[in-house]
Design a protein. Structure first.
Length: 76
């Protein structure tokens, strides 16, 4: 049996994960989540960019850089 999930559900889950601040939500965890959702959004032509949760803590490669949220496409 084939099952599918809506991209919007994955995007909502992703944004929840990237906003986490517990000890398990480190840079590597958030990097993996970010790469996964970007691939999905690009492949489905739904990529609309992202924003930082805290613009003052967004230096490339840091935990703040991957503490972000992805915008929802109007098609979703």
């Amino acid at each position: 049996m084939k099952k599918t999930i809506k991209v919007i559900e994955i995007l909502n889950w992703t944004n929840e994960q990237l906003s986490r601040t517990d000890k398990y939500a480190d840079v590597r965890f958030k990097l993996g989540i970010s790469r996964m959702i970007e691939q999905i959004l690009h492949e489905t032509e739904n990529y609309k960019g992202f924003g930082f949760i805290n613009n003052d803590d967004s230096e490339t490669g840091t935990l703040g850089y991957y503490s972000r949220f992805y915008y929802k496409n109007y098609k979703l």
